[in-house]
Ligand binder design. Structure first.
Ligand code: PLP
Length: 447
């Protein structure tokens, strides 16, 4: 839009979240990618597109249709209606999601406690909308935080208080301190949001013992935990995965947020929430939080596209409801890329400066995650959007400034690299370009 174009409304008269960095962040990052289409993108956290298969989508649909008729005993017209008509608000693949959670995660879930949503993003929105009852409510979130969570919180006027993450994935002393601080100020911390497995953006995971301590603290403090787990299946070692918080949850402390974007197809836009918390309603009737979320959903998206759900359902059925089994090829590609990227960083930024005529690049550090899509690189200068723009234009490489994942304006000396949508060759080119940018920036600042 041009500045000279007459305006009919101003942003100041719209919801205050509009114009907030949490909401403009994703658009900005997409715009930069569009501006420099030839750049190597180590920015996008999208799954690898070469695995997408249109023919398989048709097959999944057929598989799910057969399941409706053969396994569930639906008559042909009932099955057709289920796929093509408006449908059940909580979804039509809830039973398969429950089976998937049992097979892959050892989580026992009543399918009635599941709401199938338009991506995990809608699940986050529904939960935050439900939890935000009044102006005293606040949400705690481990920082750095996925920007989609912060944006959804803004839309429901729920302040987000950062909790230190640190190398353990969540600093329990800080979590307890934030809960106490909020309560002392007359506020109600409704929940703490976190990603225990290969978090976006930090890449950090929480170990099993710390997960148990976190659950114990949540019980002690009477706090809900919102567990978001889009990356858990993509672990790079062959050992057992730590149990999810939900698998350890014996007291209905954990609301579990799931996404099929990375494990099946992002284009299907299907995710879900497991909300088994008991809610007492008027007249003493007690039902799952899932039913309350469904009520909100009925006023937001009505129901998740049954066709999209059928595609996900078919894929699940074709792999015995195991996404671990369905993603062996994806897991090995992401693991290969993650190792390639970490080794490539080590080669380009040796621990000690080995070339005295070059500026000291040894201040460059990075995380070595045990899986997932993301590596965080710390550099000796602030990383902002202007630097990203220059990186795209002059160096042909894109990445994500870590400042986008912090809910304040303090300068951040770090950037996020993603390995999910690139080949090892593209990683090499991208890292060469990133190394050139970092060297030039260090030199420029030293000079
Ligand atoms: C941590 C996290 N949660 C949720 C989402 C959104 O998932 P969906 O595409 O299912 O809405 C993403 C997407 O990248 C994510 O990284």
């Amino acid at each position: 839009m041009s500045a000279a174009e007459p305006a009919d409304l101003t942003v100041a008269d719209l919801h205050p979240a509009l114009g907030d960095p949490a909401l403009t962040s994703m658009n900005f990052l997409n715009e930069v990618s569009e501006r420099y289409p030839a750049a190597v993108s180590l920015a996008a956290g999208r799954p690898y597109e070469e695995f997408f298969d249109l023919a398989a989508v048709h097959r999944h649909l057929d598989t799910f249709h057969r399941h409706l008729v053969d396994d569930l005993g639906h008559r042909p017209e009932q099955a057709r209606r289920l796929l093509l008509q408006y449908g059940r608000t909580k979804g039509i693949v809830h039973h398969l999601i429950a089976r998937n959670l049992a097979v892959d995660e050892g989580i026992t879930v009543d399918p009635e406690d599941v709401v199938v949503t338009v991506g995990c993003q809608e699940a986050m929105f529904l939960v935050l909308r439900a939890l935000r009852a009044g102006p005293a409510d606040v949400l705690l979130a481990v920082a750095p935080t996925y920007v989609g969570l912060t944006g959804a919180a803004r839309l429901v006027d729920l302040p987000v208080w950062p909790v230190a993450g640190g190398s353990a994935g969540v600093d329990l002393a800080d979590l307890a301190a934030q809960v106490h601080r909020a309560r002392a100020a007359g506020l109600r911390p409704r929940a703490c949001y976190l990603m225990p497995d290969f978090a976006n953006p930090s890449g950090v995971s929480i170990d099993s013992a710390h997960r148990q301590r976190l659950l114990d603290l949540a019980t002690q403090e009477d706090l809900l935990l919102l567990e978001d787990n889009p990356y858990g299946l993509f672990h790079s070692d062959d050992g057992p995965r730590p149990p999810t918080l939900k698998a350890l949850d014996t007291g209905r402390r954990v609301v579990y947020l799931g996404s099929f974007a990375k494990t099946v197809l992002p284009g299907a836009r299907v995710g879900y929430v497991v909300a088994d918390q008991r809610v007492a309603g008027p007249g003493g009737r007690v039902g799952p939080l899932a039913d309350q979320l469904a009520m909100i959903k009925s006023m937001v998206t009505v129901n998740t596209s049954p066709l999209a759900q059928a595609v996900i359902g078919g894929r699940l059925l074709e792999h015995g409801c195991s996404l671990v089994a369905a993603n062996t090829r994806e897991r090995s590609a992401y693991t290969r890329n993650l190792r390639h990227l970490v080794a490539g960083l080590a080669r380009r930024f040796p621990a000690l400066p080995d070339q005295p005529d070059l500026p000291d690049r040894s201040a460059v550090r990075w995380t070595v995650p045990a899986g997932g899509f993301f590596v965080v690189v710390t550099v000796p200068f602030p990383v902002d959007d202007a630097l990203l723009d220059r990186s795209g234009r002059d160096y042909g490489v894109l990445w994500t400034p870590m400042a986008h994942f912090y809910d304040d304006t303090a300068p951040v000396h770090a950037l996020r690299l993603s390995v999910s949508a690139v080949t090892p060759e593209q990683i090499d080119v991208g890292l060469d370009r990133l190394a050139a940018l970092i060297t030039d920036e260090v030199t420029r600042r030293a000079g």
